[in-house]
Design a protein around this ligand. Structure first.
Ligand code: ADP
Length: 398
């Protein structure tokens, strides 16, 4: 069976066609500037050169139509016709409290997803548009929704409840949801595999460190806490998001700067994080380079970032009453030996024995702790698309 995985953003769309027999990617690609001048599809059939198709795309239906045409194209396609796509898996950002696992999409699910839109006004609408576009173009092909929030629905109430008036939770759903669930779930399974244990026997701290970053405490294979909250803004310092701050700062800067709600929102989401501190970039590669050349604010941005991750690791070890392994994943976690090393400094008291000689690599699954380390440290490249495809196959085929 071939599964098409779709991840729709507001003006972009990522896709992968995966053959599930051996879990291999047949083709993948990216559509950018949907609904804006200069729309472009970059399509990469496995083992062949990528091609770029510049064509006007007024909406996501146009974009998905073009993707399907590319997949069946005589020259750069990978299947003969659309009947070779057995199912579609959609990444959906917010499933609210209703969905604790992936689900076959029907009319009732669509209504429930629309209800979740107020919780994720930026993310869920494009996800829904993508699902509707596929429905229009692919008729009865079964589709599955895989939620970023679902894996964290196992958090106990004392971990997801904010100390705000309880009615805000009851009437408006204000609580911790957590995100990156598909990635945390993927690396949990992979880590258990590498440790030769069942996830049920393990206490893990998974560190998804990309442009957006979150940690999760995984006890017995279940998420029991995570650093992102009601929105992806909470927790770690990120590329452009501030993470944890005193909430009083929001009204304070509104007052002293005389700016609107939207502008404060923009400041904490788009102008903060390592970009805000360094004033250089949201990309860790640029910041590491500047810090190496002696830029003090770049170094401070890295120090603040690493310190926050280390602090969360300590608190999650305390929350679970121990930890068997710490897992690094996503752009920075997979590719920055420097960050992994800095984060692990000072964690010896937990039983972490970091082995710098094992740490100098990028983008593969390896242990970076010493053989006799009580707490193992592992790097695992995440693969959210494969996780979505696996769920889709399982739900559709039973
Ligand atoms: P997202 O999916 O949230 O956009 P990614 O998981 O792709 O993010 O991670 C992007 C981040 O990873 C960027 O900040 C980038 O700088 C960082 N990154 C990627 N490769 C490296 C590297 N070799 N060294 C340091 N940071 C890297």
């Amino acid at each position: 069976m071939n599964v098409l995985v779709i991840n729709c953003g507001s003006s972009s769309l990522k896709y992968q066609l995966i053959s599930m027999e051996k879990e291999v990617v047949m083709a993948k690609g990216l559509v950018e500037r949907i609904g804006i001048e200069g729309s472009i599809l970059t399509h990469k059939p496995e083992g062949r050169d990528k091609i770029k198709i510049e064509e006007s795309m007024k909406d996501h239906t146009d974009a998905i139509r073009l993707v399907l045409e590319a997949l069946v194209n005589e020259t750069y396609g990978v299947i003969k016709d659309m009947s070779e796509i057995g199912a579609v898996g959609h990444r959906v950002v917010h499933g609210g409290e209703k969905y604790s696992e992936s689900v076959l999409i029907d009319d009732e699910v669509m209504r429930a997803l629309e209800d979740c839109t107020s919780l994720a006004p930026l993310h869920n609408p494009p996800n829904l548009i993508g699902i509707n576009a596929c429905k229009d173009l692919m008729g009865n092909t079964p589709m599955v929704a895989v939620f970023d929030t679902a894996f964290h629905q196992t958090m106990p109430d004392y971990a997801f409840t904010y100390a705000l008036p309880y009615e805000l939770y009851e009437s408006h759903g204000v609580r911790r949801y957590g995100f990156h669930g598909t990635s945390h779930r993927f690396v949990t399974a992979a880590a258990a595999n590498m440790l030769g244990k069942n996830a049920k026997e393990l206490k893990l701290i998974t560190c998804h460190l990309g442009n957006g970053a979150s940690l999760a405490a995984i006890d017995g294979g279940k998420s029991v806490d995570t650093s992102m909250g009601f929105t992806p803004l909470e927790g770690l310092v990120m590329g452009t998001r501030c993470g944890d701050i005193d909430p009083a700062i929001v009204t304070y800067i509104q007052r002293v700067l005389g700016v609107s709600n939207e502008e404060v929102d923009n400041i904490v989401n788009k102008k903060s994080g390592v970009l805000g501190i360094s004033g250089i970039s949201s990309d860790f590669r640029d910041i590491e380079e500047a810090a190496e050349k002696g830029d003090k604010r770049a170094q401070l941005a890295l120090d603040v970032f690493h310190y926050r991750v280390r602090k969360y690791i300590g608190s999650y070890a305390a929350a679970m009453g121990g930890v068997d392994a710490i897992v690094f994943t996503a752009g920075l976690g997979e590719n920055s030996p420097e960050s992994r090393c800095e984060i692990c400094k000072g964690l010896e008291f937990l039983g972490v024995k970091f082995d710098e000689s094992k740490n100098n690599f990028r983008g593969k699954a390896e242990f970076i702790s010493a053989d006799d380390s009580k707490v193992k440290v592992i790097v695992i490249p995440t693969n959210e698309e494969l996780m979505i495809a696996r769920d889709t196959k399982e739900i559709v085929c039973g």
